[in-house]
Design a protein around this ligand. Structure first.
Ligand SMILES: C[S@@+](CC[C@H](N)C(=O)[O-])C[C@H]1O[C@@H](n2cnc3c(N)ncnc32)[C@H](O)[C@@H]1O
Length: 212
């Protein structure tokens, strides 16, 4: 098993990514973002997006949603704030620099917590998942979308090989689904309710948990 990423390395990497993120990553993550936001809209209500980045997902929510976005990277949130300042996103209620490992929200504050392409990048993914569960209301959902590690075969070998260099630039190709499932089993307050490949290419996996 590879090491989890270092928070400071990630912070530096995303300070570098911020100016070019939308142009380079916007189209690449589009299907995943839309799938996760669509699943969150089906839950509705107060939605927390962890690792909201530059706010590319704002377009994927509707006028009746109430979005709070947090990100550990000041330069990424600055871009999200600039996007919000256009006045086109009344559904976005709050943006804050915050570590998903230590959410500064009361228990059961949200109907849905969404993490798009972030859970694999944090230093302690299980702690982030437990924080997400803590702030989610009973019966409501945590929704993640990510590329997850292939676990077997040639793709897995390549992903392992790329891992070390990938961390330094803020990416992580080798994070297995089994780790998310194991967290839910161990936590006791969250049930895995969906795992599906995102169409059309199936590169990303959408995972949903329901808070007990
Ligand atoms: C690949 S980007 C995804 C951004 C956005 N969700 C999207 O899909 O475009 C990962 C984001 O997670 C943020 N991030 C990494 N570690 C974090 C943490 N511990 N807490 C909050 N955000 C974090 C990074 O700063 C970065 O903005």
């Amino acid at each position: 098993m590879q090491r989890d990423p270092d928070s400071q390395v990630m912070a530096k990497a995303y300070a570098r990514w911020a100016p070019v993120y939308d142009a380079l990553c916007g189209p690449v993550f589009l299907n995943g973002r839309r799938a996760a936001a669509g699943a969150a809209r089906a839950v509705g209500g107060r939605i927390l997006e962890i690792g909201v980045g530059t706010g590319l997902s704002f377009d994927d929510y509707g006028p009746h949603d109430a979005i709070t976005g947090i990100d550990v990277s000041e330069p990424m949130i600055a871009r999200a704030r600039a996007r919000l300042a256009t006045g086109r996103y009344p559904q976005v209620k709050q943006l804050a620099v915050m570590d998903a490992q230590d959410l500064r929200f009361a228990d059961a504050s949200f109907d849905c917590v969404v993490g798009q392409f972030v859970i694999t990048l944090v230093e302690d993914p299980e702690r982030v998942l437990s924080e997400c569960a803590r702030v989610t209301r009973p019966g409501r959902q945590i929704i993640l979308v990510n590329h997850l590690y292939s676990e077997r075969g040639l793709a897995a070998a390549v992903e392992r090989l790329l891992a070390r260099k990938a961390h330094a630039v803020g990416l992580r190709p080798e994070f297995p689904f089994s780790r998310l499932a194991a967290w839910a089993d161990g936590h006791g307050g969250a049930e895995l309710i969906e795992r599906r490949k995102v169409k059309p290419f199936g590169v990303y996996t959408l995972v949903r948990f329901r808070r007990a």
